[in-house]
Design a protein around this ligand. Structure first.
Ligand SMILES: Cc1cc2nc3c(=O)[nH]c(=O)nc-3n(C[C@H](O)[C@H](O)[C@H](O)COP(=O)(O)OP(=O)(O)OC[C@H]3O[C@@H](n4cnc5c(N)ncnc54)[C@H](O)[C@@H]3O)c2cc1C
Length: 308
C-alpha cells in the first residue's frame, strides 16, 4: 500500500505532490485537470514570485514541477476522477470513474471547488446561448456588445476587466452595498469609462429568443425592477466544494466543505487531511491553498513515519 493519495491538481494538490515526493513518500496524485480554478484567468498577479502569470503558464509551471519529481515516489494520474473514498484495510481506498482503485495509508483531499450556478428563470435555457460561466473562454465572442457580469467578488471584477477590453459596455450586478473583491481590482474596473455597477441588486430573469437579449434585475432596497439590454451574461457568484466523493467519510459542513483543524489541516478522520478551497478555510486564494497543503504534508509525513 502506498503512503499517500492526493486528490486534486490545483495549487493545493500540486504543492502537496512536490512536498510528498521530496519527503520520499510513495504517493499517487489523481486530478481531473492540473491547474485549478484560476487558470481560466488571463493574468494572476498575486502568485508569490511572479508579477503577472497567465493561467496557461501557471498550468505549465505546475506540470513541470510535478514532472520533475515524477518517478519512484510520485505517480501522476491526470485526467482521472475520484468517485468515492472509503476506509479500507490499513488505510483508504479511492474508486475512480474508470472503475480502477487506488489505496493509501493517508489521504489529502485537495479537490477544490466548482462554480455556483444561477438559478433564476431563463438561466438554464440560455446557458451557452449568451449566458456563460467563463469570461476568458467565451468573452471574445461578445466583442462590441453590451454585457452583464453577476457577482462582485474577485472573479466578478476580474471577468469585468477582461470583458472591458472588447465589449461595448459591462454592467456588474452585486447583491450587497460593499464589494468583496480586492480594492485594487475594483478601482481599476471602476476607472473604465464603459464600466457600470449596480449594487444591492439581484438578477431576476434572463430574457431572450434564440439567444440572450436582456436581464431583469431588482434593487433590493427600492424594490425597483429594471431590464438591462444585454447580449451576454457572465455569472461569477461563487463556488461549491468538490467533496461529494468524501461526504460519507469525513465530517463536512452545511455547504459541503471539509471541516479541518487549521493548525495541521487534519479532518475528523485519522489518516485524512484536506487543504484549499474544498475546506472550511475562510479565504480562497492560490497561495493559501498551496500553504495549507504544505502544512498538511508536514503533518502527514510525521504521521506516516509513526506508523512504520
Ligand atoms: C476566475 C477565478 C480567478 C481567480 N483568481 C485568483 C487570483 O488571481 N489569485 C488567487 O490567489 N486566487 C484566485 N482565485 C482563487 C483560486 O483559484 C483558488 O483559491 C484556488 O484555485 C484553490 O486551489 P485548490 O487547489 O484548493 O482547488 P482548485 O484550484 O479548485 O483545484 C481543484 C483540483 O481538484 C481536481 N478535482 C476536483 N474534483 C476531483 C475529483 N473528484 N477527482 C479528481 N480530481 C478532482 C480538479 O481537477 C483540480 O485539479 C480565482 C478563482 C477564480 C474562479
Amino acid at each position: 500500500m502506498n503512503d499517500l493519495l492526493i486528490i486534486g491538481g490545483g495549487p493545493a494538490g500540486v504543492a502537496a505532490g512536490v512536498y510528498a515526493a521530496r519527503k520520499f513518500l510513495k504517493t499517487d496524485l489523481v486530478a481531473e485537470e492540473i491547474g485549478g480554478q484560476s487558470t481560466v484567468s488571463e493574468g494572476i498577479q498575486n502568485w508569490v514570485g511572479t508579477v503577472n502569470i497567465p493561467g496557461t503558464d501557471l498550468i505549465k509551471a505546475f506540470k513541470e514541477h510535478l514532472e520533475a519529481y515524477k518517478g519512484d515516489n510520485l505517480t501522476l494520474h491526470e485526467g482521472k476522477r475520484v468517485e468515492s473514498l472509503t476506509k479500507a484495510q490499513g488505510g483508504f481506498e479511492a474508486t475512480l470513474k474508470d472503475g480502477s482503485k487506488l489505496s493509501a495509508r493517508a489521504v489529502l483531499i485537495a479537490s477544490g471547488a466548482a462554480r455556483k450556478r444561477l438559478s433564476i428563470p431563463g438561466a438554464d435555457q440560455f446557458e451557452h446561448k449568451g449566458l456563460t460561466y467563463c469570461a476568458s473562454c467565451d468573452g471574445p465572442l461578445f466583442g462590441g456588445m453590451d454585457v452583464a457580469v453577476v457577482g462582485g467578488g474577485n472573479a466578478g471584477f476580474e471577468s469585468a476587466l477582461q470583458l472591458l477590453a472588447y465589449c461595448k459596455s459591462v454592467t456588474l450586478i452585486h447583491k450587497y452595498a460593499e464589494f468583496k473583491a480586492d480594492a485594487i481590482t475594483v478601482r481599476k474596473a471602476l476607472e473604465h469609462p464603459n464600466m457600470r455597477v449596480l449594487t444591492t441588486t439581484e438578477p431576476v430573469e434572463v430574457l431572450g429568443e434564440k439567444f440572450v437579449n436582456g436581464l431583469v434585475v431588482k434593487n433590493s432596497e427600492t424594490g425597483e425592477t429594471t431590464t438591462l439590454s444585454v447580449s451576454g451574461i457572465f455569472v461569477e457568484i461563487g463556488v461549491l466544494p468538490n467533496t461529494g466523493f468524501a461526504k460519507d467519510l469525513v465530517e463536512i459542513d452545511a455547504v459541503g466543505r471539509v471541516i479541518t483543524d487549521p493548525r495541521n489541516q487534519h479532518t475528523s478522520v485519522e489518516g485524512v487531511w484536506a487543504a484549499g478551497d474544498c475546506t472550511d478555510e475562510l479565504y480562497h486564494q492560490n497561495n493559501i491553498a498551496a500553504g495549507d497543503a504544505v502544512k498538511a504534508l508536514e503533518d502527514i509525513y510525521i504521521w506516516v513515519k509513526k506508523q512504520d
